[in-house]
Design a protein around this ligand. Structure first.
Ligand SMILES: Nc1ncnc2c1ncn2[C@@H]1O[C@H](COP(=O)(O)OP(=O)(O)OP(=O)(O)O)[C@@H](O)[C@H]1O
Length: 215
């Protein structure tokens, strides 16, 4: 075989570089990543960074809900809006990997949604509270579990207050629930526990976990 001519060699290198800069680098392990942890610990902050730094690689799971859309929300983007009857029917068929009721509304993550989003070549990220994590684990659906822990309960309270999105009553409820989430994280069911003290350090740990070779 003749050696590659310099101009072709340069073209080939440029093409390879171009492909590398354009194509997203996919994690070797394509199972959905379930992120959980107490409210206010920084889950959203961390997965938004992952989405920003790896565009077109990840997608947040779109849940089903029986509540109506709020102004600005879009069906199929923020939630799949369904009637209570449709929700119950899907649930009876075993269509949800997890579901819950908050107030008078039902919420759930459907298997079909995860499978559709995965089929588009993306790694699905689920932001789920403790009961949901237990349900997904019990369902046997393949997934990887990351728990985001606060450096301390005091720091968690500071972040919840600093965020300025919740009423005092809700902050107290979230702090009480945080104790249950933290106790659950000590039962050894998560694949990775990340303490979100310094944001960039926690981010690197998350990225490393997500991009780790298949175990
Ligand atoms: N490492 C960090 N150091 C300091 N502040 C942080 C850190 N990570 C996140 N925060 C801040 O903590 C607050 C809570 O973060 P975020 O809203 O991402 O939490 P969450 O876990 O997604 O909460 P929820 O479950 O209620 O949606 C935000 O104001 C965020 O900017």
């Amino acid at each position: 075989m003749s050696a590659m001519r310099p101009v072709r060699l340069v073209n080939s290198i440029l093409r390879t570089r171009l492909i590398h800069t354009m194509a997203p680098t996919l994690p070797p392990d394509r199972r959905p990543v379930v992120i959980s942890g107490p409210s206010g610990v920084g889950k959203g902050t961390l997965f938004k960074l992952l989405f920003e730094r790896h565009p077109d690689t990840f997608t947040l799971s779109v849940s089903h809900t029986t509540r109506g859309p709020r102004p600005g929300e879009k069906d199929g983007v923020d939630y799949h809006y369904v009637t209570k009857e449709a929700f119950e029917e899907l649930k009876a068929k075993g269509g949800f990997v997890e579901s819950a009721q908050f107030g008078s509304n039902f919420y759930g993550t459907s298997k079909a949604t995860i499978e559709e989003q995965s089929a588009k070549g993306k790694v699905v990220v689920l932001d789920i509270e403790m009961e949901g994590v237990k349900q997904i684990q019990a369902s046997g659906f393949p997934a990887r579990y990351v728990f985001i822990a606060p450096p301390s309960e005091e720091e968690l309270e500071k972040r919840l207050r600093g965020r300025g999105t919740d009423k005092e009553e809700d902050i107290l409820k979230r702090l009480a629930q945080a104790k249950n989430e933290l106790a659950f994280s000590k039962t050894g069911v998560h694949d990775k526990i990340i303490v979100n003290e310094d944001l960039e350090t926690a981010y690197k740990e998350l990225e490393e976990f997500v991009y780790a070779p298949v175990a």
